[in-house]
Design a binder for this molecule. Structure first.
Ligand code: NDP
Ligand code: OXD
Length: 311
């Protein structure tokens, strides 16, 4: 099956070339813009596609992303309404995210920012330490990744709560919340807030002054969802007032973050460049193969997002 490889931001061929070569007997990958045989293209591998990218492929049936979040493909104006959008679900990625989030929770709990400052100042000073059981963590989003993160943290003794759109069965020791009222009930008991939500019209701007104000004073934000979910001015005010004692930011409304942005040199912010975790090349290849098989069989591909709800 012919697959167009489309991105205006990354050289997907350079990154996923090996994975695409491994499945070349099943999937013929061609770089966008495909000039010869565009009508034979039935699937695409895309990440931040050009606004008009899909106009070229009249027989497109499915677009696969290279990540867990499909928002950048769903936002593409030329995406036909009847095309499936398929995201990657990779347990290895969830595991990597669990390690990333845990590192930042412990960074906050064990006061490593202060230790690093003391090292720079050559100050030998032990700090009062708190057990994990006294640091309540809440996770926004209890999906494939949020659930893995929650289980990891409960295993280390942190009290964990998680928020989803719909009520869901929870893993042992994870307290579940849902809906608007559930959110604020949860925040009242939250010191560390981890964002693992997909970007949808409902979650855009969700991390705002009301949310920060509802958390325990001196709380900590771990922002690994999408940058557009945070109101930057409200976040900076919460850091300024001390309502938030610090934050770890991995995702930003504009990526790469402009070099003159205040976040770069803010003393209470730890930053990474949207690198909290990665999907494996094998998971991307498997997603393409499974999608092609489903399309050939006239079925809905596994992990196709529900376009009406946006994830
Ligand atoms: P899933 O689709 O498996 O889970 C999404 C979760 O969010 C579900 O629990 C869902 O609720 C919940 N949710 C969605 N909308 C709302 C809402 N309006 N109110 C409350 N809860 C809501 O996604 P994943 O776990 O695989 O990934 C989550 C997100 O993490 C990605 O979309 C991406 O934005 C981000 N991400 C970031 C990465 C990074 O490198 N920084 C890497 C990977 C992912 P319900 O269960 O009721 O449907
Ligand atoms: C994402 C990813 O969705 O890296 O951000 O998978």
């Amino acid at each position: 099956m012919r697959c167009a490889v489309i991105s205006r931001k990354f050289d997907l061929r350079a990154y996923y070339g090996k994975a695409l070569a491994q499945i070349a007997d099943r999937i013929e990958s061609v770089d966008h813009p495909v000039t010869d045989g565009a009508e034979a293209v039935r699937i695409a591998l895309a990440w931040h596609p050009h606004a008009d990218a899909f106009e070229r492929y009249p027989n497109l049936k499915a677009v696969c992303t290279i990540g867990a979040g499909a928002d950048n493909v769903l936002a593409c104006p030329s995406l036909p309404s009847d095309v499936h959008v398929v995201r990657v679900v990779d347990p290895g990625q969830a595991q990597m995210m669990a390690g990333f989030v845990t590192w930042h929770v412990i960074w906050h709990q064990r006061k490593f920012a202060t230790f690093m400052q003391h090292q720079r100042d050559r100050i030998w000073q032990r700090l009062e330490q708190r057990p994990a059981s006294t640091v309540p963590v809440a996770i926004l989003g209890y999906g494939k990744i949020g659930e893995r993160v929650a289980t990891h943290l409960t295993g280390l003794g942190f009290p964990v709560k998680a928020w989803s759109r719909t009520p869901k069965p929870m893993a042992p020791d994870v307290q579940g919340f849902h809906g608007r009222d559930g959110l604020f009930a949860m925040l009242a008991e939250t010191e560390v807030l981890v964002n693992l939500l997909p970007l949808t019209p409902e979650t855009r701007g969700l991390l705002n002054r009301d949310v920060f104000a509802a958390m325990k004073p001196g709380g900590y934000l771990i922002q690994t969802g999408r940058g557009e979910q945070m109101v930057e001015a409200d976040f900076l005010s919460a850091l300024e007032s001390g309502q938030l004692s610090g934050a770890s930011l991995d995702v930003f409304a504009v990526e790469p973050l402009p070099t003159d942005h205040v976040f770069w040199h803010h003393p209470k912010i730890v930053m990474t460049p949207h690198d909290a975790c990665d999907v494996s090349f094998a998971a991307v290849a498997d997603t393409l193969v499974a999608t092609a098989a489903a399309i050939e069989a006239g079925q809905r591909p596994p992990h196709a997002v529900d376009r009406s709800r946006g994830y």
